[in-house]
Design a protein around this ligand. Structure first.
Ligand SMILES: Cc1cc2nc3c(=O)[nH]c(=O)nc-3n(C[C@H](O)[C@H](O)[C@H](O)COP(=O)(O)OP(=O)(O)OC[C@H]3O[C@@H](n4cnc5c(N)ncnc54)[C@H](O)[C@@H]3O)c2cc1C
Length: 341
């Protein structure tokens, strides 16, 4: 006999995890399916960044935010399937079959919280890349401290590259930024900060060669127009050229969900999509007034869960009461209060 969860949540980022928590609050059984080996979503791109704009939260490092978000998301013990890419969603009678690269999962409703798809940093595609990835070629900055006092060369000129360069300057004075265009993009103030800092910024310049045996010892860069080359000695190279997005789930799905003309699934503030029983939330969803921030994910997640609950059981309450009225949380509260005494 097939085991039907109430809801399958596709994507274990901030939205999927909050949806999991909220669905638990609403007595729903939940399965989260995540393509990557760990939960946390895109925030893994910026674990060392301080996030300031989450309500009720003092500045928090991305990595710490991930830890707390996972803890909250697992409050009601959902089933979690990591390293499973959802390839298709099919409707059969009143149920959904969610097929991954490993197996098939069954549920009464689906909430898509897949962000902009599965993202991978764009590779630099130079000789030695695979070898150097094991030593001193980086596509993310897991810990800023590891670069303390080092000569760091960073390639890229978008918002995250500018962010990273400014952050690196807290631990080293020797930062070189190489960017193939004339102007960097991102917040003007942060670009100015970088331009006025100790960093060397080489615009209209790109990396041509990584040199070294086991690790990179120097990099050959070239002027885009001048074609003049120079060799820069370095201890670490960080590449930030944006991300490849795998959107196969939405592009190839036989459900043909209506998509927004800009991007994302076209839906409404209640997380409803063009397909009854399939809801969406967070970066994956788009509607007028959509907030593309973590704070917006939470409202989306609550609406999507409430809509899914009503879809499964039209007689259920439209929404949950405040958390202090929730029976399951009352039991948990007692345990927590006991530890405070
Ligand atoms: C550099 C950067 C800095 C940012 N800074 C801030 C900030 O300061 N404040 C702020 O509020 N927001 C910030 N954001 C935006 C914020 O990170 C996003 O709004 C938020 O992560 C969206 O959460 P999500 O869960 O909707 O999507 P995501 O975080 O993208 O999570 C989606 C998850 O779904 C998984 N997935 C996708 N497709 C599939 C599939 N087919 N099968 C299984 N799993 C799948 C992905 O692997 C991913 O884990 C920033 C974003 C970036 C890139």
């Amino acid at each position: 006999m097939k085991n039907y969860d109430d809801v399958i949540i596709i994507g274990g980022g901030p939205t999927g995890l909050f949806a999991s928590f909220y669905a638990g609050l609403r007595d729903m059984t939940v399965k989260i399916i995540e393509a990557k080996s760990t939960l946390g979503g895109k925030v893994h791109v910026y674990p060392e960044k301080l996030i300031w704009d989450i309500g009720g939260q003092t500045p928090i490092l991305g990595a710490d935010f991930i830890r707390q978000t996972i803890k909250q998301g697992l409050t009601f013990d959902p089933t979690v399937c990591c390293e499973e890419e959802v390839l298709s969603i099919r409707k059969e009678a009143q149920h959904f079959i969610v097929t991954t690269n490993r197996t098939a999962h069954y549920s009464k409703a689906v909430i898509i919280t897949a962000g902009y798809g599965i993202i991978q940093p764009k590779s630099i595609g130079l000789e030695g890349e695979e070898r150097f990835k094991k030593t001193n070629l980086f596509y993310t900055v897991p810990s800023i401290q590891q670069f303390a006092g080092q000569r760091v060369l960073l390639s890229g000129g978008g918002q995250s590259a500018v962010d990273w360069a400014n952050t690196l300057l807290h631990v080293t004075d020797d930062v070189t930024v190489v960017y193939r265009r004339q102007e960097m993009s991102g917040h003007e103030q942060e670009i100015q900060q970088l331009m006025n800092s100790k960093a060397t910024v080489l615009l209209n310049t790109s990396i041509q060669q990584l040199q070294g045996e086991e690790c990179i010892t120097s990099v050959v860069v070239e002027g885009e127009q001048t074609k003049q080359r120079q060799v820069i000695e370095t201890d670490a190279v960080i590449i930030n050229h944006g991300y490849e997005r795998n959107l196969k789930l939405l592009e190839d799905s036989n459900l043909h969900l209506k998509m927004h003309e800009d991007y994302g699934i076209l839906g409404n503030v209640f997380g409803e999509t063009s397909e009854p029983g399939i809801f969406a939330a967070g970066d994956a969803l788009n509607y007028e007034g959509k907030l593309h921030l973590i704070v917006g994910c939470y409202q989306d997640a609550v609406h999507a869960v409430n809509s899914a609950k009503q879809y499964i059981d039209p007689l259920s309450e439209k929404h949950e009461m405040v958390s202090s009225h929730n029976k399951k949380l009352k039991e948990k509260n007692e345990k927590i209060y006991a530890t405070l005494q």
